[in-house]
Design a binder for this molecule. Structure first.
Ligand code: KIV
Length: 262
């Protein structure tokens, strides 16, 4: 299993890291059989699995159910769990209670968004022996404050602020850092300056690794087609055509056959 020390080693060896989300047991088992390095139970499950308009709707209880289902499907993958909206903004004690729930559900590490204003919480979690992955750039839990799903760090000052947040998260002991929707040159600079690996999503080719939402890379997400997304399968078409065939064979009387009957 890839552990936190492998992440740093991979960076030193210029070996890219692949991370993918998973939210349910069946998909987790398939991801486990793949060569992908690492699994994230993202709070994007609120959108992908529950149909909410943003990740603001994820709760600790929701995350714990998905983490437990995914953890039961993994035998050899490092599992990161997202701390949901505000769970790390109510002080270190409340944050540690959320970490407690997620780790007991089967996570090996937690990820949380941003750093300004909750530095002490990141520090407490790290010093409690729980690996922390940072996440800066487009932080979807702040979507209303950011005014939409927009690329972050475009201007000089914004880019410098991102670099400063990245350094701070490294100093606080994060083992890796997600950079979401950041101009490629800014992500490249942060990646060069940090000893810990960066994992990009919409952050160009020069980060130390990449993460995508599983349903997006499988082409299951329909109209969601941001510029950075490559679909590695046309999942919607494949599933729809299987369903159409199933319907046709049921209504045509060819399913089930004699061989498929007791
Ligand atoms: O929740 C999520 O899926 C994420 C990734 C997109 C990085 O945070």
């Amino acid at each position: 299993m890839t552990g936190i020390h492998d992440f740093r080693k991979y960076k030193q060896e210029h070996r890219k890291i692949s991370m993918v989300t998973a939210y349910d047991h069946a998909m987790a088992r398939i991801v486990d059989e793949s060569v992908v390095d690492c699994v994230l139970v993202g709070d994007s499950c609120a959108m992908v699995m529950h149909g909410f308009p943003s990740t603001v709707h994820a709760t600790t209880e929701m995350m714990a159910l998905h983490v437990a289902a995914v953890a039961r499907g993994l035998t050899r993958k490092f599992l990161v769990a997202d701390m949901p909206f505000l769970s790390f903004r109510k002080g270190p004690q409340a944050a540690l209670e959320c970490v407690d729930v997620l780790m007991r559900a089967g996570a090996h590490s937690v990820k949380l968004e941003g750093v300004r204003g909750h530095e002490d919480t990141v520090d407490r979690i790290v010093r409690s022996g729980v690996p922390v992955m940072g996440h800066i750039g487009l932080t979807p839990q702040s979507i209303h404050g950011l005014g939409g799903f927009k690329v972050q760090g475009r201007g000089e000052a914004e880019a410098a602020e991102l670099l400063s947040q990245a350094r701070l998260l490294q100093e606080l002991g994060c083992f890796a850092l997600v950079l979401e929707c950041v101009p490629a040159p800014v992500a490249a600079r942060i990646t060069r300056e940090l000893a810990i690996p960066t994992i990009g999503i919409g952050a160009g080719p020069d980060t130390d690794g990449q993460v995508l939402v599983l349903q997006d890379l499988l082409g299951m997400s329909g109209e969601f087609r941001p510029k950075f997304l490559r679909q590695f399968l046309h999942g919607r078409d494949a599933v729809r055509s299987a369903l159409d065939r199933y319907h046709a064979e049921v209504t045509g009387g060819t399913y089930p056959s004699e061989k498929e009957s007791y």
